[in-house]
Design a protein around this ligand. Structure first.
Ligand SMILES: Cc1cc2nc3c(=O)[nH]c(=O)nc-3n(C[C@H](O)[C@H](O)[C@H](O)COP(=O)(O)O)c2cc1C
Length: 219
């Protein structure tokens, strides 16, 4: 499939074939996609809970009870579910950890370059932590960027997906002890294979988007 075909092929899957499992090879690709996403100053302010087993998905389904139950079958019948979590804070020790990781990856020819990088990390995070006072919100933006590239990436692997903000983040934070670890949950993405009967498939229901004339100003 070329890019245009992939963009039309992917859609928010509403009904999964519970008998189909994502291969180990594709699960490895999925984890690599999550890991390789860009983020501002390479902050990587995320953590991912990956539910691959029935027991893992049952735990994930604790976030799709009550008001959120419309999303429950998309969790239980999918092959896997990724819960995107964001850091609730960032401090000097974390910035140092990022710089040390870059260093180990061989990105700095000398300590001056490393210190300049660390200075940039502190400058940008400082703007958000102290001037704009939106550090957590800014870190969430980095996680959403990951989600965006993830949705296209998994489609390119021929996998169906469902991004879900309709989840009980408090219940999931409790289930996975996230807040104690400095994270909170944001969005879940189910992964697997569509059923033939899924009403939302682009074979049955065409995609709807605003017209080019409305969303572009080409100068
Ligand atoms: C961040 C985000 C959260 C979403 N939350 C849900 C959800 O909780 N349940 C659901 O069925 N669809 C959810 N959607 C799917 C959107 O409704 C869907 O992406 C949109 O209608 C465009 O359709 P398409 O994805 O099929 O192209 C979500 C999409 C995004 C990007």
């Amino acid at each position: 499939m070329n890019l245009k075909e992939t963009l039309n092929w992917r859609y928010t899957t509403k009904e999964y074939d519970a008998s189909k499992k994502i291969s180990d090879t594709d699960m490895a690709e999925i984890k690599n996609l999550l890991r390789m996403s860009p983020s501002s100053v390479n902050l990587q302010p995320w953590h991912f809970i990956v539910a691959e087993t029935a027991a893992g998905k049952a735990r994930m389904a604790k976030g799709t009870q009550g008001f959120f139950s419309f999303n429950e079958p998309k969790v239980t019948n999918a092959s896997a579910v990724v819960l995107f979590c964001v850091k609730t804070d960032a401090d000097d020790a974390y910035y140092q950890h990022i710089a040390d990781t870059e260093d180990k990856s061989g990105r700095f020819p000398n300590d001056d370059v490393k210190n300049r990088f660390l200075g940039a990390v502190k400058a940008f995070t400082g703007i958000h932590k102290y001037d704009l006072k939106d550090l957590q919100h800014w870190m969430e933006k980095q996680v959403y960027l990951n989600i965006g590239s993830f949705l296209l990436g998994v489609a390119s692997l021929g996998l169906d997906a469902t991004p879900m903000e309709g989840i009980d983040v408090k219940a999931l934070d409790e289930e996975f002890g996230l807040r104690e670890k400095g994270y909170t949950s944001l969005v879940a993405v189910s992964l697997g294979y569509r059923t033939k009967s899924d009403f939302n498939s682009t074979e049955k229901t065409p995609k709807s988007r605003l017209a080019e004339s409305e969303i572009f100003t080409v100068i």
